[in-house]
Ligand binder design. Structure first.
Ligand SMILES: *[C@@H]1O[C@H](CO)[C@@H](O)[C@H](O)[C@H]1NC(C)=O
Ligand SMILES: *[C@@H]1O[C@H](CO)[C@@H](O)[C@H](O)[C@H]1NC(C)=O
Ligand SMILES: *[C@@H]1O[C@H](CO)[C@@H](O)[C@H](O)[C@H]1NC(C)=O
Ligand SMILES: *[C@@H]1O[C@H](CO)[C@@H](O)[C@H](O)[C@H]1NC(C)=O
Ligand SMILES: *[C@@H]1O[C@H](CO)[C@@H](O)[C@H](O)[C@H]1NC(C)=O
Length: 415
């Protein structure tokens, strides 16, 4: 009893100390991200957390408790994480209440604050609904000292979570010094979707849909900003990108066939859901259109950005594979350049499906970065690792162990 109390007190003091180190005025004052002295940089990607399901039942809040446990278990098993990415659908907006819909952020970030970890989010389609606004989620995140999430483009139609974070070498003392150029860029894109905040309603069929692709103004901003960064660095900068909803290229590849050994992972959401699905080419929806092709400029950008190694998505809870897009896929005009398109793992107990929860880990090393190679694996809630692969030039030809298709054995957690 006493020992437990002492541990709790130490735990509490730890939180206070780390929060003090991280500064008390939100992410704006955080020091820049850096590689470790050994040249490593690890990202832990949680996605589809779906907090805030059915608060009026005992089931809903229990799912949030279960999801906090997932975050803790994964981070306990991955002691070298340098940055956490929350890759969309933090909250299930359709079930939340106007007056407290963003409060769930506090539960999500506790396991991160406790460890002194900082994080960066993209928002998903469930993060926008009648009672939930993306900009309010951002404000709630930024009230916590560990938030690196920000918004670099303003405007009503571009979404919110569009920004980049540079990662510097361990020995970089001042990132503004000319000898300190970024070693790695992390890009975050907002694929929007869901429904507009406090518009239409109150009944579900009156809600106003929000386009579900990366806006074209964001694509232009990305290309221009990347060109400026490359220009001032005087070198190609290796990069990784995060966006909640995958592109049509992932659908096109799934049609061709996902091989359990070459692209290990679950492939259960088939056909998968991707950007601009359900929209017409003229930007309207509701007329029975299947796909409006509005993600074409984004796909063109990610296949023509030197140094961009991989794009990580969530959204399709039953898909967890990585695909090296190195060819023209049937039905598509755009040709892949070798960029990897990866799903992560459904991390939350909220949201559809009951596949075992976990989180994709992305392990970058300065040594492998020189060859545009990154390692990645999925850490499951129980502590085991699946789908450990090296995203190198022969990924897609190399053979790996297939990922077992386990479901969570827990009678009270199933959706
Ligand atoms: C939000 O309010 C509802 C209704 O009062 C309540 O059931 C729920 O627990 C609240 N959620 C949070 C995160 O405060
Ligand atoms: C939005 O929140 C209000 C206030 O809590 C609640 O009465 C209403 O049912 C919610 N609406 C939806 C569509 O969830
Ligand atoms: C999207 O992918 C499908 C295959 O799933 C293909 O038929 C279609 O032509 C693709 N569209 C574009 C614009 O690439
Ligand atoms: C309209 O857009 C919303 C939001 O993206 C989507 O959920 C809905 O399915 C779309 N409707 C149709 C008929 O495609
Ligand atoms: C890519 O990584 C795999 C797994 O480590 C390895 O077997 C393969 O030889 C590597 N390919 C190259 C070109 O190094």
């Amino acid at each position: 009893m006493l020992a437990a109390a002492v541990l709790r007190l130490l735990d509490f003091l730890g939180v206070v100390r780390k929060q003090a180190i991280l500064s008390s005025i939100g992410g704006a004052a955080l020091p820049p991200l850096k590689f470790q002295a050994d040249g490593s940089f690890q990202i832990s990607v949680f996605e589809d957390l779906h907090f805030g399901e059915n608060a009026w039942t005992t089931w809903g809040p229990q799912q949030d408790i279960n999801t906090v446990k997932v975050i803790n278990s994964v981070l306990d098993a991955e002691p070298s994480v340098d940055l956490v990415v929350l890759n969309g659908d933090l909250i299930t907006g359709e079930n939340t209440f106007l007056e407290n819909s963003t409060f769930y952020v506090d539960q999500i970030v506790q396991p991160l604050m406790k460890r002194g970890l900082t994080w960066a989010s993209t928002y998903g389609n469930h993060d926008s609904d009648f009672n939930l606004s993306r900009s309010d989620i951002l404000a709630r995140e930024q009230s916590w000292a560990g938030a690196r999430t920000t918004s670099m483009i303003s405007g009503d139609t571009v979404g919110v979570s569009n920004y980049y974070l540079p990662v510097y070498a361990a020995d970089c003392t001042s990132p503004t010094a000319s000898d300190c150029t970024p070693e790695l860029l992390l890009w975050f894109f907002d694929s929007r979707g869901g429904f507009k905040f406090q518009q239409g309603g109150p009944s579900k069929h009156q809600l106003v849909g929000q386009p579900c692709w990366v806006d074209h103004a964001v694509v232009e901003w990305f290309q221009q900003t990347n060109a400026d960064l490359v220009n001032s660095a005087g070198k190609t900068i290796p990069s990784l990108a995060f966006v909640h909803i995958p592109t049509n290229a992932s659908s096109a590849f799934q049609n061709v066939g996902v091989n359990a050994h070459r692209q290990p992972g679950l492939n259960k959401d088939k056909p998968l859901s991707s950007q601009a699905q359900g929209w017409c080419a003229d930007g309207t929806n509701g007329s029975g259109c299947k796909y409006g092709e509005q993600d074409v400029p984004f796909m063109a950008a990610i296949t023509s950005t030197p140094g961009l190694m991989a794009v990580f998505s969530g959204h399709d809870h039953g898909d967890t594979w990585c695909y090296r897009w190195d060819r023209r896929l049937p039905g598509m005009d755009i040709k892949g350049n070798g960029v990897n398109l990866c799903f992560g793992q459904h991390s939350g107990y909220g949201g559809y499906s009951n596949w075992v929860r976990g989180a994709r880990q992305v392990v970058v090393s300065k040594e492998k970065l020189a060859d545009s190679v990154v390692d990645t694996h999925i850490r499951l809630e129980a502590g085991n690792v699946v789908g450990s692969v090296t995203l190198n030039s022969t990924y897609g030809e190399d053979s790996y162990a297939a990922t077992p298709n386990g479901e969570t054995q827990c009678p009270t957690c199933a959706y």
